[in-house]
Write a protein of this length. Sequence first.
Length: 365
Amino acid sequence: MKRPARARTRRGRARVSLVPLALAAILIAGLAAASAAAPPTRLDASSILSPPLDASGQVKVAVALHVLNLSSIDEVTERFHLTGYLVEQWRDPRLAYPAAGPNDKFRTLLPRAVWRPELVILNAVEQRHSYETSLRVAPDGLMSFVERFDAVVTSTFNLTPFPFDAQKLEVLVHPFTDQQQFITFVPSLLPVWTATEFNTYSSLESWRFQSLTSHLGRAASQFGAHAIAEARFEIAVARRYQFYLWKVFLPLLLMVVVSWSVFWFDPPEVSSQVTIAVTTILTIIAFALTISLTLPRVPYLTFVDAYFLTCYIFAFVAMLELTAVHVAYRNERRRVATRIRRTARWLVPVSFVAINAILIVHFLT
C-alpha cells in the first residue's frame, strides 16, 4: 500500500519542477519577440558598416540643405559664412523593423554604429564645424541623418552691375573619396527654407535673401577616373542698393550739375568760372577717395566705376568749355564764344544723360 503513495509523491515533484521550466520558456519567447521588434542594431558589424547597395550596385541618397543664417559676405575674397542643416536620406533594408504601434515612427541610432554617407562641401575654404547630429531609422528602413554645421564657403561673384547686382552663392556637395563610385544623388522631398522665414532674423545687412534652389548632376572626379554625383545648391541674394543710391550716385550727380553752372556766367567773369570748375573736380576726387573704402576692389570695371569716370569726364568738359569761351572772347570772337556757351547749356546735360543710359543698358541688362 505504501508504493502507490510514493509514486504519487514523485509525480507531484515532477509537476512542480516543470513550472520553472515553463516560466523560463515564456521569458525566452518574450525576449525573442522583443528583439525581433527592435531595430537590428546588433547585426554583424561588417555587414552593417558596409553600404546597402541595390541591384544596380548603387546607394541612392537624397540631399537637402536648410539655410539657417548667412553672414560676412565678402565680395573681394568671394567668401561667405554659412550656417545650416545638411540632411541626408537613404534606404537600408537591413535596419527595417516592425513598428510596435502607430507612434513608433522612428528610432534613434548611433551615427558610427551603422553605415552612412560621408559628404563633403567641395568649395569650403576650411573644414566645416559640425555641432549636432541625429541619425534615425523608420520602420521601412528609411535612414535620415541631420547635421547642423558652420562653414566658410567660396563662390564666384559677378560684380559688374555693382551696386545693383544679385549673386548666386553656390554650395557644392560631393561624396567622400571612397564612396564616390556607388553613391547617386536623387531629389529630396523635404521642403526648402523660405525667404520670409529667413529674413525675420537674418544677420545680412547689405543683402536680401531671395531663394534656395538645388541642382543634381554629375561632375568630374578629382582623380579623373569616373564621374561622381554632385549636388549644387544656389542661394540667391540681392544687394540692398539704397545706401549707394543716396550716398554715392546722388552726391556725384549734384557735383556735376554744379560744374555746369559755369555755362550761365558771362564770359568776362573768368575767375569765378575757374573757381567753380576746379573746386568741383577736386571735390569729386576727394569724394572718390573717401567712398572707395566701401567699394569692391576688383580688377574689372563695375557700374559704379563707370559712373565715377563719367562724372570726372563731364566735370572736366566744363573746364574745357570755359577755357574755349575765354580764349574766343579774348581774341575778339564774341559770337563764337556766345555760340559755344549756348550750345554747351543743352548739349552737355543731354550727353550726360545719354551716356548714363548707355551705361545702364550695358552693365545692368
